[in-house]
Write a protein that binds this ligand. Sequence first.
Ligand SMILES: [Zn+2]
Length: 244
Amino acid sequence: MNGPEIFVSFAPALRLFVGAERRSGRTSVATDGVSTLGHVVESLGVPLTEAGRLLVDGRPVGVSHIPTAGEHVEVEGVIRPQQVPGAPLRFLLDVHLGTLARRLRLLGVDAAYESEDLGDPALAALSAKEQRVMLSRDRGLLRRRELWAGAYIYSDRPDEQLRDVLERFAPPLAPWSRCTACNGVLTEADKDSVREQLEQGTERTYDVFAQCTACERVYWRGAHHARLDAIVSEAMREFGGAAA
Ligand SMILES: [Zn+2]
């Protein structure tokens, strides 16, 4: 491109997406005179899901703004907690985020996930159809125009991923209300109605039962939940206020 030259700087949170030469402050970019600012930002490596306000000479503009010569552009990060207007907050996770999906479900957050890889076009279409925020570490997927909304997952460690999503979107938390296996809603079940699905030791030892309204899996509170209990209490301590 050898059209109008503009000057671009990125918020510190976005610098991991851009080339090393653009990480320390304002740099020049040669545009083509017809591409939108959204396209220019994406072409420099930043998914638009991660961009907050775009400021041109200090004034906010939309992604469809066509840059002209000499403009100074600042690309801000998203404001946390991020609002996603238009539908109840729910998520769709790509095939690499199974652990995060189960942890979100454990906290009662609606988190759709398929363990087989549907492919980017099908995932994007599903995000649009069900109005789910697409969570992924794949920038190509997050660039797809069909997405309802999306968010880049910054860490590859599930505990950091969970904290990131809870901090970014502040979803209401309702632990032990959703099936970690299928994302279905749990309902209370009494021991008689689920007796034939229980092993004998379980039947004797545990009394609190819940059952998934979608896949009929039975849940009970027991000693093997210590690790999950720890995840729940940590999340509630830090982010449980949003549920009130
Ligand atoms: Zn289920």
